[in-house]
Design a protein around this ligand. Structure first.
Ligand code: GDG
Length: 485
């Protein structure tokens, strides 16, 4: 779960004194469950995000439960409790290294992630990995139960924990449970590729509320529910299954827009942003910021930049493309292959177009501080966000929030990012078509100021309207109010 989202979740939680006896019926407490929980000690250490976020999460009383980040010899069965700043309780468990490999690298990132990003060719399914996934979901459920209070609203996040709600029900939990999927959902023909599809779907249907980023994702889920659970959803996305009404909702995620706008102004003054600016001189900047992940369409994006330089030679020497591609999941082989592929393509483009005093493509795989990234966005004439498939894509929203209102850059956005449903004033492209993406970059580079401002004004209004806070409020309102859902 993205940190700003986590904070917003905590912020939206109603207050309750955690020292109350479990039997006392009190204001509802939100219990957030995510695969990874950053321990309080880590929070100051992470640049930007966590420290800022926890300062925001001042509302006391919530519980955030998940994995500690430690791979131990044995999986822990009881959670370690720490009180964080702002009276937020963190409860973490360790997972045994072998189990973690199979649960996280194996089934979560080797099977679910590629499948849900429409990449069946990359899907690796094997039973031991799936069994470990089920086991870890069960362990999460078992370790959470002693911490639960009557009336707690349980909000589970993302694809690593799709069967946890079913485990909680199996163990007798009657609290309202919500699940939010941060990544896309796939239509029945694709989900059917997974031998255990019906079990995963039943896991989701053990919740009261199931949330998605887009209408398309919700529709895909409902189609699968019809096909695999034999249910009949109504027009609101509600269906009855196993003595429970399940409500499928769309609650698109956002950023803390106001905060990001302010951060970007300050970030312009950071040493990193100044150095970047000096290194560019008068040249335009095309910027990509992604985790190094095959869903982000980086090889195709590199090709599109090559097409720009080839088809529109007037931009040669006048533009630089900086791609920040922070390494992730390096233990999964498809990520190692991607990295080698990008090294090769970057070399090809620079070999072909570089001059003795100009190198068109700068590509780095180590992460950049959050404060510096905001400054980089602000300097960039184009925010290049071209995933092949993406649940939402927060980079698109951050880029919009970071722009100078009087001289904004242009967002070039993949139609296959969830963000494209909202950010329709961006230049929307098909990331598989290098010529189309190159054409959009050219259009952006020559776009008159008046048009850039018109587009940016409209985009900023949307980014400000669908914030992280709004996302949490909307989801928790569904979760809190059985009548609403
Ligand atoms: C998943 C879904 C959905 C990136 N590089 C660096 C860095 N970042 C930050 C960005 C942004 C975040 O990471 C990436 O968020 P995205 O939404 O773009 O993508 P995923 O990580 O794939 O997130 C996605 C999201 O969940 C939320 O629901 O939108 O669709 O895939 O905030 O700025 N941050 C720092 N250094 C980097 O080098 N500090």
């Amino acid at each position: 779960m993205n940190q700003s989202i986590a904070n917003a979740v905590l912020d939206r939680s109603a207050t309750v004194n955690t020292s109350r006896p479990a039997t006392a019926r009190s204001a509802t407490r939100t219990v957030i469950v995510s695969n990874r929980v950053p321990a309080p000690a880590e929070q100051g250490a992470t640049a930007g995000g966590l420290a800022v976020a926890l300062a925001d999460a001042a509302t006391p009383g919530s519980l955030w439960f998940g994995w500690s980040g430690k791979r131990a010899a044995e999986t822990s069965t009881t959670a370690e409790i720490t009180l964080g700043d702002g009276d937020v309780t963190f409860a973490t468990i360790d997972i045994a290294d072998r189990e973690y490999q199979r649960f996280y690298n194996g089934f979560s990132n080797g099977a679910l992630w590629p499948l849900f990003h429409f990449r069946t060719g990359l899907l690796r399914f094997n039973r031991p990995d799936y069994e470990a996934y089920r086991t870890v979901n069960r362990i999460y459920a078992q370790a959470l139960i002693p911490l639960l209070q009557p009336g707690d609203l349980i909000w589970i996040h993302d694809y690593q924990l799709m069967t946890m709600a079913a485990e909680l029900r199996e163990l007798g939990v009657t609290n309202r449970i919500g699940f939010f999927l941060h990544i896309p959902f796939v239509p029945p023909a694709l989900l059917a590729v997974l031998p255990t599809a019906a079990e995963l779907l039943a896991g989701m249907a053990a919740c009261d509320v199931v949330g998605f980023q887009t209408e398309g994702d919700r529709a895909a889920f409902l189609d699968n529910a019809i096909a695999l659970l034999n249910v009949k959803p109504d027009r609101d996305g509600k269906f009855y299954h196993d003595r429970r009404t399940v409500h499928a909702v769309v609650t698109p995620i956002g950023i803390d827009a106001k905060q990001f706008e302010q951060d970007a102004v300050l970030a312009e003054q950071t040493a990193e942003a100044q150095r970047l600016d000096e290194s560019l001189g008068d040249r335009a900047l095309v910027l990509g910021v992604d985790r190094l992940d095959y869903s982000k369409g980086l090889p195709q994006r590199f090709d599109a930049f090559g097409r720009l330089l080839y088809a529109y030679p007037q931009h040669r020497r006048c533009v630089n493309y900086l791609q920040i591609a922070a390494r992730s999941r390096q233990e999964v082989s498809s990520y190692q292959t991607l990295r080698r592929e990008l090294d090769r393509r970057a070399g090809d483009i620079n070999g072909e177009f570089s001059d003795f005093d100009w190198v068109p493509l700068r590509y780095m795989t180590h992460p950049v501080k959050r404060s510096a990234i905001a400054g980089f966005y602000r300097r960039a004439n184009i925010g290049l966000v071209t995933p092949l498939r993406d649940g939402m894509n927060l980079v698109a929203k951050e880029y919009v929030a970071a722009q100078h209102a009087e001289n904004p850059g242009v967002l070039v956005l993949s139609r296959f990012a969830g963000a494209a449903d909202e950010l329709t004033e961006a230049l929307i492209v098909n990331p598989f078509d290098a010529d189309e993406v190159a054409g959009a970059m050219h259009q952006a580079l020559v776009m008159p100021l008046a048009e850039r401002k018109l587009r940016h004004d409209a985009l900023l209004a949307k980014v400000r309207a669908t914030t992280a806070q709004k996302f949490c409020e909307t989801f928790i309102a569904y979760l809190r109010d059985p009548k609403k859902s």
